[in-house]
Design a protein around this ligand. Structure first.
Ligand code: IPE
Ligand code: IPE
Ligand code: MG
Length: 251
């Protein structure tokens, strides 16, 4: 299927797409290369997904780039990933500005190496006024950690007398998460054939459509992104209602 064959409905473009970019290591190993070769090639796929998202008017793209659990990988791979992050930010900054991309992050960015933090601070500053799309990199991110932090903050405010426990509801919890300024994703894509969430946006994904593909991340191109959107557009989002209710509301 080529991009031309994919007819997307411009009225049903998801506002927010999240991606678990998985399979870099296996992609490299299949080619007899080191795992980092897969990560390096994965950067091209990031560019493709971002370009595709901008082209169809997605407003938020969240990419799972490094999980809290990924700190348990071999030191050498972690160091190579961090170097790649710094290099990619410096290489892509002009392109991000050309495309109108605002860069933001979620996760414990303050525990990344200083060089990464500096590159991120710089890129965020240089792209802060861009309005076409917000690219959110999840770095040293874990959903359970994020929720634990939110509970800690709320508890402290209750103890200090600044928050009533009865005021804690779904909206308030959402507002204490690092994603407070973003709508929940309508679509989650995970590559590489793994059918799991791996501690990613667990609160935010409550009603997200899940799209799993066997394609390894470095092979994931613009047309694959469009295919995922096309698949999403065929789905009926019922939010607990019946199919008939959804049909009645749409006429
Ligand atoms: C995803 O690819 C990138 C990161 C988690 C940083 P992997 O490195 O997990 O690749 P596989 O799953 O081992 O093939
Ligand atoms: C999830 O991929 C994290 C990122 C893509 C950054 P992993 O490869 O780390 O996930 P698991 O360990 O297979 O669940
Ligand atoms: Mg993996």
């Amino acid at each position: 299927m080529s991009i031309k064959d994919i007819q997307l409905d411009p009225n049903r473009i998801p506002k927010h797409v999240a991606i678990i970019m998985d399979g870099n290591g296996r992609w490299a190993q299949k080619k007899g290369e080191l795992r980092i070769f897969g990560h390096t090639n994965g950067v091209d796929s990031v560019r493709e997904a971002l370009t595709a998202a901008v082209e169809i008017g997605v407003q938020y793209l969240t990419l799972y780039a490094f999980s809290t659990e990924n700190w348990n990988r071999p030191q050498q791979e972690i160091a190579a990933l961090m170097d790649l992050l710094v290099q990619s930010i410096y290489n892509e900054i002009d392109e991000l500005n050309n495309k109108g991309v605002k860069l933001e992050t979620i996760g414990d960015v303050e525990i990344l190496p200083k060089s990464c933090q500096n590159a991120l601070v710089d890129a965020k500053k240089k792209t802060k006024d861009n309005q076409k799309i917000t690219l959110i990199l999840a770095l040293s991110y874990s959903s359970r950690r994020e929720i634990s932090h939110a509970i800690q903050k709320m508890t402290k405010e209750v103890v200090d007398g600044n928050l009533k426990s009865e005021a804690i509801n779904e909206d308030l919890i959402s507002s204490y998460l690092s994603t407070a300024n973003y709508p929940d994703p309508e679509l989650l894509i995970r590559t590489s054939g793994e059918n799991r969430v791996s501690n990613f946006l667990m609160w935010q994904l409550a009603y997200t459509e899940l799209y799993f593909t066997k394609i390894l991340w470095p092979d994931f191109k613009k047309k694959n992104f469009y295919k995922a959107i096309f698949d999403y557009q065929k789905r009926e989002r019922r939010f607990g209602k019946t199919s008939q209710q959804i049909l009645d509301n749409n006429v």
